[in-house]
Design a protein around this ligand. Sequence first.
Ligand SMILES: [Zn+2]
Length: 327
Amino acid sequence: MSEPMLEAGAPVQAQHLLQALAVRACPVCGSTDDSCERFPERIDAARIDGMSYASRKEPEFMSLRMVVCPSCQLLYAPRVPNAAFLARAYGETGYDSDSEARYAAASYAAALQPWLATLPDRAAALEIGSGNGALLPHLIDADFAEVVGIEPSREAAQSAPPDVRARIRVETFDPARLPAGHFSLVIANQTLEHIDRPLELMHAALLLLKPGGALMVVSHDYRHWLMRLLGRRAPIIDIEHLQLFSRASIGTALARAGFEPPVVRPFRNRYPASYWTRLLPLPAALKRPMLASMHAGCLQPLGAMLLSARVGNMFVWAHKPLSRPKT
Ligand SMILES: [Zn+2]
């Protein structure tokens, strides 16, 4: 049942993916008990193409085998593509979601606004996984003196307007290349799900933050009622996701990384109806004509309507302690 299909004419990328799967323990707590399977592996090599690692794409309903960690409740893949494969896949990935990225950024900025007053200052903000830089102008508007984005996809960064592009560093995130204790705010939205070692990224954020600074995360909550209802048809059960957090497991992870107990709130996304329709678990034969009509046909006014909803994302806000606890 979980045997992957690999056809003779399959793209090279898919063959590399299937050959490069490496075994790992729970990336938050290190448990090696992977007996609680939630979703079996579903990889159709013939369908993997350049878009499989782009964010905000149409869901493909392919996923790695996902298990729930009995110790920390993380939903994670015990076999994942190796780091070199992922770095290449994200570096080469296609990018076609400028307008959706702008809507997402406006939703992030609205969620961030009430928490800005809790920061020690607005000297410097860093966004890890900044895509086309859509959030960076919001950070500039919020009076951060220095704004830096890190983005591995050259194509995504190149679609930023020139003034924003200048603030994006096209590279895989490496904290050694950034000043420690420097940033008042570090942002990692929809990023922790995609990396092999999420705890390392949290450690790195702690290192880069000044005391009292905060990490903002927007992340899927796999225990949200809608995700539980949709089960394996949920758009988050996707080959790109190496792990998915819940409110409890992200709290555990941040505590292990050294953060103060986080604030976790439901996150409200605001998108045009046509975008929501793309995400619906409907048959392609029904969805394609609906989308075509929303983009250029009689359903255009409906497709352009902005709808905001809580669809299983959470906003997480965690401060770096003002003084390091004695160990
Ligand atoms: Zn665990």
